[in-house]
Design a protein around this ligand. Structure first.
Ligand code: ZN
Ligand code: ZN
Length: 308
């Protein structure tokens, strides 16, 4: 995954994570199954540091590191929005994907995306979210929003009482010459606020996802109009997880030294090393006895093999 620098004002970004901790009810607030991110326990190996690499020394013969293997460390992640350890990785991944979609349309249309907030009239607060979303699409059509993405926020934060409370609204990153907002308010009660063009689309997504509504089986981001999946096709992002020496796909590897499994350093590193002691993680657990932690986890979580 390509990484982007977050340029959103640091104050606002840290604000939300502070609120998370200072608010009385981040973990408990719930409406019809909708919750805030990061309220669930992590899996046993979430955040665990592992290594992947390319052990194909023969293919590196004519590279700048002949005789060496390539290794890099990474943190295992479940990428679930509800995971207390991995939710930021989920935010970054989703923001990255969504930004690519927005940027593609910006290029095609030669128009920048806008941030729009549409709030549900209070007398409609308790109709099913599915219905609210449908109505939101209709409202967006009426105000001439031609497409974009919708992020549902069930809750707002009160700084005064340091609590989140139910107040459903949608954030839209979308396109169009937004008009007729007053007419829409008078007719339907929905409040449409055009916040205009943002500095960084990625940072806007990142921030909006940090306190978005999360519910199992529901997408946090949905696309509509000109940016819907049927209308806008996006090339798959190139997999950057390849060996810089021979371009082969990286595999999950581990170091097995004289005294057993050697865990990697708990930080991001890239190395060109001698091949001794390095092994590819096979789907079959090696027979010989290894130091426990590493292998226990591999056994418990089979998907680890599917990752590579
Ligand atoms: Zn996780
Ligand atoms: Zn290689």
């Amino acid at each position: 995954m390509s990484q982007q620098v977050i340029t959103y004002p640091a104050s606002k970004r840290s604000d939300i994570f502070e609120q998370m901790h200072e608010s009385q009810n981040w973990y408990s607030i719930e409406y019809d199954g909708w919750r805030l991110p990061a309220t669930d326990d992590a899996r046993a190996d979430c955040g665990k540091w592992l290594t992947k690499g390319c052990l194909n020394v023969a293919a590196h013969k004519n590279s700048q590191f002949p005789g060496k293997i390539y290794i890099k460390t990474f943190q295992k992640s479940c990428y679930r929005s509800c995971c207390e350890v991995c939710f930021k990785k989920w935010m970054a991944r989703e923001s990255n994907k969504a930004t690519r979609r927005i940027e593609k349309y910006e290029k095609l249309s030669k128009k920048p995306a806008k941030h729009i907030v549409i709030s549900v009239p209070s007398w409609k607060y308790y109709i099913p979210i599915r219905e609210l979303r449908k109505e939101a699409y209709q409202i967006l059509k009426k105000v001439n929003c031609i497409g974009g993405t919708l992020i549902f926020h069930p809750f707002r934060y009160s700084k005064k009482v340091r609590e989140w409370y139910y107040s459903p609204h949608f954030h839209v990153i979308g396109f169009g010459w937004i008009s007729y907002t007053e007419e829409v308010y008078n007719e339907n009660g929905w409040i449409v606020k055009n916040k205009g063009v943002r500095d960084s689309t990625f940072a806007t997504f990142y921030y909006q996802l940090s306190h978005a509504g999360i519910k199992k089986g529901y997408h946090t981001l949905t696309w509509f109009g000109d940016l819907s999946y049927s209308k806008l096709k996006i090339e798959k992002e190139e997999n950057s997880d390849t060996c810089p020496l021979c371009e082969a796909k990286l595999k999950l590897i581990f170091h097995y030294g004289l005294y057993g499994y050697v865990p990697p350093p708990e930080t991001e590193v890239e190395l060109y090393e001698d091949p001794e002691g390095w092994h590819i993680v096979e789907s079959k657990i090696p027979e010989r006895k290894a130091s426990k932690p590493c292998f226990v986890i591999y056994k418990k979580h089979k998907p680890l093999y599917d990752m590579i």
